[in-house]
Write a protein that binds this ligand. Structure first.
Ligand code: IPD
Ligand code: CA
Ligand code: CA
Length: 269
């Protein structure tokens, strides 16, 4: 496939928004009947849950994307894939916040990122419970529905609330010192249960930043585009095979980013 033009990227951006809304509407039907879903655990981690809803929504996104853009690569949480040398890769988490979804909590979303030549260019997060579509395309700004987004203007961690995430993919020791450091500096945090949705809230200026010691690409990619297009900065999440192996994720405005970096004991790229 030859290089993608701006128009090729614009077509994919628009379609990613359509796919996210359709996928979330499909997920929402399962959410309304969640008592009938059989909950499975992935591997040994009892907090890492999945159901037929995740698989059905991922199948829908994969089918929609491959029917419209058959030469594009696809990486999904439930079915894998992903080729670091592909020209264009769609990266999808069909339901981010599965634990919330299965427990009847509203913090879940569909997360779609697009990489072109290894660079994040499109980020889309759709929250069907609040009918909020967070979307951004490189160089074209970041939007929630039809409203432009800007990151929080705070100059100190005390000026707002941090979003954080943690999983059993890391040891508690990797995460706990950061929380202590944040509290000592007068900061505060929430963990909503959906990392992708919290990164969208950073772009919208609702959270002052986001930190998680290990995030997967299907949760992180939209935030990388949303936050940068909303005037913020990120660490180099895709370094060292971040697409396939994940990495720490740190997002904030430039001033807060520097303060947060000092509170993180592990080295960030
Ligand atoms: C998880 C959520 C959680 C984050 C984890 C993710 P899932 O995704 O985003 O907030 O802390 O890193 O794995 O399992 O709900 O799709
Ligand atoms: Ca996820
Ligand atoms: Ca998921």
């Amino acid at each position: 496939m030859k290089n993608l033009t701006d128009q090729d990227i614009e077509e994919r951006y628009r379609y990613a928004c359509e796919v996210a809304v359709e996928a979330a509407n499909c997920g929402f039907k399962f959410y309304q009947q969640r008592e009938s879903l059989v909950v499975e655990h992935k591997g040994d981690d009892f907090q890492d849950v999945v159901s037929k809803a995740d698989r059905t929504v991922e199948d829908l996104t994969r089918t929609m994307i491959s029917s419209r853009f058959p030469d594009d690569d696809f990486l999904g949480e439930e079915t894998g894939g992903g080729d670091e040398s592909a020209l264009c890769t769609w990266v999808v988490d069909p339901i981010d916040g599965t634990s919330c979804f299965l427990n009847g909590l509203h913090n879940w979303c569909v997360s779609i990122g697009i990489l072109v030549a290894g660079q994040p260019v499109v980020g889309v997060v759709y929250d069907p419970n609040h009918r909020e579509l967070f979307r951004a395309c490189k160089g074209k700004g970041a939007w929630v529905n039809d409203k432009p987004m800007r990151v929080h203007p705070g100059k100190d961690v005390k000026d707002g609330v941090m979003g954080v995430g943690v999983s059993h993919r890391v040891t508690p020791e990797t995460f706990v010192p950061f929380i202590g450091n944040l509290l000592h500096k007068g900061g505060m945090f929430i963990r909503s249960g959906s990392g992708a949705l919290m990164t969208a809230w950073v772009a919208a200026g609702r959270l002052i930043g986001y930190y998680e010691p290990h995030m997967n690409a299907w949760d992180s990619l939209p935030g990388l585009v949303l936050v940068v297009e909303a005037g913020g900065v990120s660490n180099d999440f895709l370094a060292n095979h971040g697409l396939l192996q994940g990495n720490p994720l740190l997002l904030a405005n430039e001033t807060i980013f520097a303060q947060l970096s000092d509170m993180i004991t592990q080295r960030l790229e």
